[in-house]
Design a protein around this ligand. Structure first.
Ligand SMILES: [Zn+2]
Length: 216
């Protein structure tokens, strides 16, 4: 059983995935698992508060496992100040309903860490789609955060960083890529020089810990 911690694809047989939704969360299939949140790219700058209030109504459902993806992105056109306000709302919401938070962060790690420091997050924090430097990964690990890796594991510089991260802090994801979860698992096991079974077992443990889950 593969666990895909963050994907934008429909559910597939044999894969336990958390499908991300930033809209249409009322129609989540009760058989599957989801995360819901406001991606920084798609924030409606004039109307986000109303949209956020509606989204919150869906958050208590049992199959909404996490809040997100949410966070900060220096490369998009949305006002950075509004991105920060919206991100703070996600932190507070995740605390209120005690669900882990999945973070999208592009060229804004210091700012995200600062906001997580100023608005303490009482739930597990997962930085998804990591493709950054070791110094940043070290800062996240030091705070006890989790880091999720996807297709970037096929990039040699990310491979080197991945190899330094404790297995207890990782997740694997497909995000919006066309790579399949099995190939990313295989690549992760190869980099860590462990078997696919060992990796799968560890990722199940990480999942149970973060999601307080008895699914496996
Ligand atoms: Zn995503």
């Amino acid at each position: 059983m593969f666990i895909d911690i963050h994907t934008h694809r429909p559910h597939q047989e044999g894969i336990y995935s958390i499908q991300n939704r930033q809209e249409d969360y009322e129609n989540c299939n009760t058989l599957y698992q989801y995360s819901i949140g406001m991606h920084p790219w798609y924030i409606d700058e004039t109307n986000w508060k109303d949209i956020f209030a509606k989204m919150k109504l869906a958050g208590n459902k049992r199959n909404i496992l996490a809040i997100g993806e949410c966070g900060l992105d220096r490369l998009c056109d949305i006002s950075f100040k509004i991105q920060q306000d919206v991100f703070i709302q996600h932190i507070q919401w995740a605390n209120e309903i005690a669900k882990p938070i999945i973070i999208h962060c592009v060229k804004a790690h210091d700012e995200v860490l600062q906001l997580l420091n100023d608005n303490p997050c009482n739930v597990p924090v997962i930085f998804h789609g990591f493709n950054n430097k070791k110094e940043i990964a070290d800062k996240l690990i030091k705070k006890g955060y989790f880091i999720s890796f996807g297709k970037a594991l096929f990039n040699p510089s990310v491979e080197i960083v991945f190899n330094t991260i404790p297995l207890e802090n990782i997740f694997i994801e497909t995000d919006d890529s066309d790579a399949d979860i099995e190939s990313i698992y295989c690549q992760a096991a190869r980099i860590k020089n462990i078997s696919l079974d060992q990796l799968s077992l560890q990722l199940k443990k990480n999942f149970k810990k973060v999601f307080n889950s008895t699914s496996f």
